[in-house]
Design a protein around this ligand. Structure first.
Ligand SMILES: *Cc1c(COP(=O)(O)O)cnc(C)c1O
Length: 371
């Protein structure tokens, strides 16, 4: 591939010296659970996100799971409560809801933003709904006045799945991860800030929630050998925290680079059958993915591959159509289902240059599609 979709070795290569130094620091520290690396990462992450508390955890799914488990432990949610979630999302968003014994209520997507269509919130509401899990898919915050007003009117808890949008800002200028009551982040290696393994974090301004998440992720103990919850072991590994202390410093530049690539695609792709995502303000999305919609996706991807362009599909099957969720398979969520049939992600990783994006756009424009 001349234009690989993603090459994680190449993405991390500029950091190799610092990452090796960070690994050595941990090896020689004698501290292999918790400690200074995790604490300094939590502090840096909270600062970068404009949120008072950050709790490092094992991965993004666990970050979401710990948030819902903590709300249940605190009596602010109870099993059987319903949680609104976008139909177009990664399955982890939904797994966290059902893991906690909560009931997902799927809201269909908006074909312009590919995020949850907030115009559909009112018809999704029932008195069982106690929370909204908004997902900032592909790096674009899913947060607007309609969502804010809906949550306020019904007194709902607002949780953000911010696995894909670290560094993005909502329309009101606030950072993704600071918009609701709690946010989950993932540092899975392919994310905009990726660890060299699994890692995640919970962000919140609620100190009681932060303490509860920390306790539940540490066997449910608030102090050593004193267990107030039936907890889990979902802590952030200090080795990953040390790597992330290196990578987080690049956040501003990483967002900037992705915005330049998206701007190039937006300016140059002009194929009538390739539907581009709407660009709002330039600082809105951090473009975890540049996702376009095309008819005959397989032919489009094969054509791009022949021309050296790697692509990916996020995601080919929506959660409500997955075998594990057969109980939701009768739901009809037409826009999300159409997106899953048509979506293709173009390269936006650190191994893609603006010149590459220009060349890729030209290749896209030359696709001979019979219509
Ligand atoms: C990656 C991702 C997760 C899960 O994070 P992991 O660290 O892989 O467990 C959850 N939600 C979304 C939207 C994601 O992209």
């Amino acid at each position: 591939m001349k234009y690989p979709f993603l090459d994680l070795r190449a993405v991390n290569e500029p950091f190799f010296a610092e990452l090796k130094e960070a690994a050595c620091r941990v090896v020689e520290s004698g501290r292999y659970i918790g400690g200074a690396e995790v604490e300094s990462f939590e502090e840096a992450l909270a600062g970068a996100s404009g949120v008072p508390f950050a709790v490092g955890v094992s991965n993004g799914l666990d970050a979401l799971r710990m948030i819902f488990r903590a709300y249940i432990a605190l009596g602010r949610l109870k099993q059987g409560d319903a949680v609104i979630v976008p139909a177009n999302t990664y399955i982890a968003s939904v797994l966290a809801i059902t893991d906690a014994g909560l009931e997902p209520v799927f809201v269909d997507a908006d074909a312009d933003t590919l995020n949850m269509d907030t115009r559909l919130l009112d018809e999704a509401y029932t008195p069982k709904v106690k929370a909204v899990l908004t997902v900032h898919l592909y790096g674009r915050p899913c947060y607007d006045e309609r969502l804010r007003e809906f949550v306020e009117r019904h007194g709902l808890i607002l949780v953000e799945d911010n696995a894909q949008a670290i560094g993005a800002t909502a329309g009101d200028g606030r950072p993704a991860g600071s918009l609701g009551d709690a946010a989950a982040l993932s540092f899975y290696p392919t994310k905009n800030i990726g660890a060299l393994g699994d890692a995640g974090a919970v962000l919140t301004a609620d100190d009681e929630l932060a303490r509860t998440v920390r306790a539940i992720a540490n066997y449910g103990s608030d102090r050593r050998y004193h267990n107030i919850y039936e907890g889990f072991n979902c802590r952030m590994d200090p080795l990953q925290a040390a790597f992330l202390n290196v990578k987080l410093k690049r956040l501003g530049k990483e967002c900037e680079r992705r915005r330049q690539l998206a701007a190039a695609y937006d300016a140059l792709i002009s194929h009538p059958c390739v539907r581009k995502p709407r660009v709002d303000r330039p600082d809105n999305s951090v473009w975890h993915q540049y996702a376009v919609l095309v008819p005959e996706r397989d032919a489009f991807r094969a054509y791009l591959a022949e021309n050296g362009v790697g692509t990916d599909v996020n995601y080919p099957v929506p959660p409500h159509k997955q075998p594990c969720y057969a109980r939701f398979s009768g739901l009809v969520l037409p826009v999300a289902e159409e997106i899953s049939d048509m979506v293709v992600c173009l390269p936006v990783s650190a191994c893609t240059s603006v010149d590459d994006a220009k060349a890729i756009s030209e290749i896209v424009n030359k696709w001979e599609y019979e219509y």
